[in-house]
Design a protein around this ligand. Sequence first.
Ligand code: PMP
Length: 408
Amino acid sequence: MLDVMKIRQDFPMLNGTKMHGQPLIYFDNGATTLKPQCVIDAVCDYLTNYSGNAHRGDYDLSHDVDTQFEKTRKLVAQLINCDHHEVVYTYGSTDSLNLVAFGYGMTHLNKDDEILLTVAEHASNTLPWFEVCDTIGSVVKYIDLNEEGAVTLENVAKAITDKTKIISIAQVSNVLGFNAPIKEICKLAHEKGIIVCVDGAQSIPHQKVDVKDLDVDFLVFSGHKMCGSTGVGILYGKYNLLQETKPTRWGGGSNSRYKSCGLVKLKTAPAKFEAGTPNIEGVIGLGAAIEYLMAIGMDNIHQYELKLRQYAVEKLLELDNIEVYNPNSHGAIAFNIKGVFSQDGASLFNTHGIAIRAGQHCAKILDEFLGISQTLRASFYFYNTFEEIDKFIEVCKKGDDFLDAFFG
Ligand code: PMP
């Protein structure tokens, strides 16, 4: 079990940071997470003591950078159970999904081929595919969600046709929070020669994910949603698929030799995707974050967060003035204070030091399914507590008399 009080000591922002004059209660972990001191120290250590470039120098300092930079790749491989050559550094989930869509999709799809998504996808897992389709005439189709908003194997099977070539879906939606049955989807897809790309932005930080066991073809995630800094992300790809994927950025570090146009010899994966100077401090910080998360244990994190969620949902459901849209899922809680515009609700929480997201959460085609255009979203991480949830529930109660609570 987690020692949450001890864990909270590791996060400077949980020890003194105030918002609107109140101690911060941070429930916007779906957007980004707070950083533990070990990550801050790792980034500062690089910037202070050995901030050379990576894979470019032949001196000791450069060797130190390379060692730390590549250490993170091995830690990622350990975290998701793959070979470290299958780990590509990117600038975040969005960048990784663009790489899959443009580097793999654009070169493997033909006119009329179908890509399956869901209406719950984040914009970063829809817009790149829309653009691919606009360019080459392939088609985006949607897997129906069940009545609760979950992806089911049955609905995936229904959506597959002879033309389906790629399925690209979130393992956990950033709004509805359901875990998709990825292992079963991969099995079904592979029987039909379909490639599966998994958006792990909201799953990798919160639960143990084993890419070999799931047999996913591509998986993406972001460092900043798992205690790392912004501007660094990961693309995992099966090695043969990475070799078939075309880089989307070209430049220094990715080629072994070139003479002229048409005579470029690229390095093998992952180097061929990593042109230009990377976010070195971000990569080193991500390594520290992964070590930190693995020491706590991904299963411990997941179990604790499920308990937090269950507790919060039970309390919310007791309130007449609150509507919860996804009581039975596993991730973020989507809700509204009845009769209160979600952004006004977020302002109310803000006045109590509680960070809650409001709006569409970048899932802009989900509104038709939900039947509302905006929600509030509470998303927890393992450093949140039951006491914080109690305070949050007290503020939810005030939403009943919104104007008095806000302006009173
Ligand atoms: N997919 C999902 C499910 C997300 O929640 C997010 C971030 N909100 C992204 C993709 C994009 O991540 P990033 O902004 O780090 O590229």
